[in-house]
Design a protein around this ligand. Structure first.
Ligand code: HAM
Length: 427
């Protein structure tokens, strides 16, 4: 019996690997263009790290790992933010500020099957630590968009929707809900669009809220422009919203300055599921609305303290490869999976194989890429394969040319064939 890969996890055959590398290259390029430095951490962390502040949902999805004695409890990382906070807290005094770090990491969450969600995936994170104002929020949103633009997507394909937990918190306080009840409301609000109306109603009822308060919360979450919110705040005279609103206005203007205005809009319904967010939050979606979020992030100004560090403002995002891959497929933006070798060498008779191997060695030593056929014959097939693989030049070794001390070389781009003396061949 053949043993399959674990459920909802992927094998990466070469064509899958080519897509993953294509996505990762865009992530890495965008990070580097914006001055982010790369970091990484172990694939497992102590269970305690996630229990401290990721929130119940992610803790329920953990793959836990026990060691032989069973004394230490570990979990496969489901996200990178707690590890980032742990690492920055450990060297907080010594790190030059702002800390601008990115990572591309493999992680696991035991999620239910749905399009764009798997149990093992890759996530790109870019975070800025040590900056309290919206410049850092604008910068991380901008770098996320830059990678998508490099992959061929535009503002017609994707949109970033942002909100502020501070603003929503002030509005909930205005409805008479004390601050300690906000996290539970945030967790339910984050399920909007993912759960049915009845399921949401049940969740709100579970909080012990009366129907009128629930209806008012739901009306709040429908506000979809900053002007609407401002009108609501003025009409209802809700106190404590000014700073959050001013921060969002500044964020809008910074995003426009960074050339990303067309990609972004306010949406009160964006709340985020993770427990540690404290200020502006955002998610990126395909405009066609067919897929789950491509990316999600926000400000988490208190996480460093929770990890035993000094207070330090921070914000960032995570972008997954699964939804992004689906989106590129939908838009016909998949890369071509060609090898792109500089040279393909073919012996014209089997005695020339050792010459072919020696020549291949010379080409590789000169820093160019080369592969060779292990057997003579089947020229038609060999040329077809070379063309499919995007080979630059085919080198034929043998025949009359060889007896004259020459190679026959075909440039696959121009179709031009030439005879080159072996001692003058420079790859
Ligand atoms: P998150 O919203 O849990 O945030 O995940 C961010 C992105 O990772 C999602 O938008 C999605 O693209 C991808 N993702 C999450 N779960 C799965 C899954 N099961 N299968 C495939 N893709 C998935 C975080 O993880 C935060 N730590 C992000 C962050 C960084 N916030 C601040 N800095």
């Amino acid at each position: 019996m053949k043993i399959p890969a674990p459920k909802q996890m992927r094998d990466f055959y070469p064509e899958d690997m080519a897509l993953r590398n294509h996505i990762e290259a865009a992530w890495r390029n965008a990070s580097k263009r914006a001055g982010f430095q790369e970091w990484d951490c172990p694939i497992v962390e102590t269970l305690e790290l996630y229990k401290r502040k990721s929130g119940d949902e992610i803790v329920d999805q953990l793959y836990s790992v026990s060691t032989r004695g069973g004394n230490d409890q570990f979990a496969i990382r489901p996200e990178m933010t707690p590890s980032l906070a742990r690492m920055v807290a450990a060297r907080q005094g010594a790190l030059p500020r702002p800390v601008k770090w990115f990572c591309i990491a493999r992680m696991c969450r035991h999620e239910q099957a749905q399009r764009g969600r798997l149990r093992e995936f890759f996530q790109w994170n870019a975070d800025v630590l040590g900056v309290a104002g919206p410049i850092a929020d604008a910068e991380v949103i901008s770098v996320a968009i830059d990678a998508l633009v490099e992959l061929g997507l535009s503002a017609a394909d994707v949109e970033v929707r942002f909100n502020s937990r501070t603003l929503l918190g002030a509005l909930l306080t205005g409805l008479g809900l004390p601050e300690e009840r906000h996290p539970a409301v945030f967790a339910i609000a984050d399920k909007r669009g993912k759960a049915t109306d009845e399921e949401l109603a049940k969740l709100y009822a579970g909080l012990g809220l009366d129907d009128q308060t629930t209806a008012r919360i739901r009306r709040l979450l429908d506000l979809s422009s900053l002007d609407e919110v401002k009108r609501f705040v003025a009409h209802e005279k809700v106190p404590g919203c000014e700073a959050a609103l001013a921060g969002l206005d500044e964020l809008v203007s910074l995003l426009a300055d960074l050339g990303k205005g067309d990609f972004c809009r306010f949406d009160m319904g964006i709340v985020r599921g993770l427990a540690y967010y404290t200020g502006p939050v955002f998610e990126m979606f395909d405009r066609a609305g067919k897929l789950r979020a491509v990316c999600g992030g926000g400000r988490y100004d208190r996480l460093l303290e929770l990890m035993g560090g000094q207070p330090m403002p921070a914000c960032g995002f995570g972008m997954g490869d699964v939804v992004l891959g689906e989106l590129l497929k939908d838009r016909n933006l998949l890369p071509s999976f060609r090898l792109g070798l500089d040279y393909q060498l073919i012996p014209l008779d089997d005695e020339r194989l050792s010459d072919v191997i020696r020549l291949t060695g010379r080409i590789r030593a000169a820093g160019r890429s080369a592969d060779f056929a292990h057997k003579a014959g089947g020229l038609g097939k060999a040329f077809k394969k070379a063309s499919e693989n995007g080979v630059g030049k085919v080198v034929l070794v043998g025949g009359d040319e060889w007896s004259r001390g020459c190679l026959k070389i075909k440039d696959m781009t121009t179709g031009v064939e030439s005879e080159v003396p072996l001692d003058r061949f420079t790859p």
